[in-house]
Design a protein around this ligand. Structure first.
Ligand code: PLP
Ligand code: SF4
Length: 337
């Protein structure tokens, strides 16, 4: 993580790009300080040399477009603060609670909906997990704990073990789910120590990785996924539909196939959360539905992720569907024109 690239000039140099080929880079000093460029070298190695439109580059390159305020785009688009049950614990949906384990990430994704999240005040670790554990103990309806962030695998193995030890004192927690981008952007993180910790857990384990494009999945990622599966982990993927990254039927189908080839099932395809600074990534709902309908036609059902949107206050992620067979036919016809 410490070796990650933080300078746009260095990134351009490695990729053989002249900054003049790129859209204007970010100049707003506040935005740069709060959410600077960060990308692991191994992830950069999967970008195409000399291609200013590379889909992996687009996810991490801070552009000036981020500085423009867009109507309808908010600092907390998914209502995280309203769902706060205690320090670092978000309880939105029945049966599962989400723990903001840390604010740190190995990569800074420019579309991230938590890019403005007040991590320093909210990370559950700040009080040794105690407040969160006490809240979980008091609510027997919660049977699954989701580690999120930031990226929970930014924590050391020792911290993770402390947390899961504390969790074993809560008898109604049966499942541990980890939402992490590190097996993809920093597969080195899936090392012997992490695997030892995972193997030793008595909880059921689900790891939801986050890849948006087939080019993100290389041999090292494949090996990390194999190792995780070897610890009895169920592997799923969530992605975000992003303009210029994966907003075509080919890109989405290739992603599903690449995931399947490393033993990961597609889970969610999220419509962009409308966070301030990410408007240039938005794909409109009609286009998203058309892409999803075409994907259903092309792939086996288990390789088609659920298209969802997060609506603050809703009781679950909200499926985005056509809901009508005739409409579906119309969309598919239109998309093959
Ligand atoms: C997305 C999310 C979950 C998980 O929802 P699933 O539909 O179970 O994947 C849980 N808690 C919070 C706060 C979330 O944002
Ligand atoms: S890894 Fe996840 S939490 Fe971190 S910046 Fe990317 S999308 Fe946001």
């Amino acid at each position: 993580m410490a070796d990650a690239i933080a300078s746009p000039a260095e990134l351009c140099g490695i990729l053989g790009l002249d900054p003049a080929q790129l859209p204007a880079l970010i100049r707003d000093p506040v935005a740069i300080q709060g959410f600077p460029l960060r990308v692991p070298r191994g992830f950069v190695a999967r970008m195409r040399h000399g291609d200013p439109n590379d889909p992996l580059l687009r996810q991490v390159l801070p552009l000036d477009a981020e500085s423009s305020a867009t109507a309808g785009f908010a600092l907390d688009p998914v209502g995280d603060m309203a769902a706060r049950a205690g320090a670092g614990l978000l309880h939105k949906y029945e049966g599962r609670a989400l723990l903001i384990a840390t604010g740190a990430c190995a990569v800074h994704c420019r579309y991230c909906f938590r890019r403005h999240f007040p991590y320093s005040q909210e990370a559950a670790l700040s009080n040794g997990w105690r407040e969160a554990i006490d809240l979980l103990k008091a609510d027997p309806s919660i049977n699954e704990i989701i580690l999120s962030g930031g990226d929970p695998l930014s924590l050391s193995d020792r911290r993770l073990a402390q947390l899961t030890e504390a969790l074993t004192t809560v008898p109604h927690i049966r499942r541990l789910r980890i939402h992490t981008r590190q097996p993809v952007v920093l597969p080195e993180r899936v090392d012997a120590g992490l695997l030892r910790w995972l193997s030793g857990l008595s909880l059921q384990k689900v790891v939801v990785i986050h890849a948006n494009h087939a080019n993100e999945i290389d041999d090292q990622v494949a090996s990390a996924c194999r190792d995780l599966a070897g610890c009895n982990v169920t592997l799923l993927n969530q992605s975000v539909l992003l303009a210029g990254v994966n907003d075509s039927v080919d890109a989405l189908a290739d992603l599903s196939e690449a995931l399947m080839s490393v033993g990961v099932l597609p889970y969610y395809l999220h419509l962009l959360d409308r966070v301030q600074g990410a408007a240039h990534f938005e794909v409109d709902e009609a286009t998203a539905l058309r892409l999803h309908a075409a994907l259903l036609q092309r792939l086996p059902g288990y390789l088609v992720p659920r298209l969802v949107r997060e609506i603050p206050g809703a009781a679950s992620k909200t499926p985005v569907t056509l809901g009508d067979r005739d409409l579906l036919r119309e969309y598919v016809t239109a998309s093959s024109d």
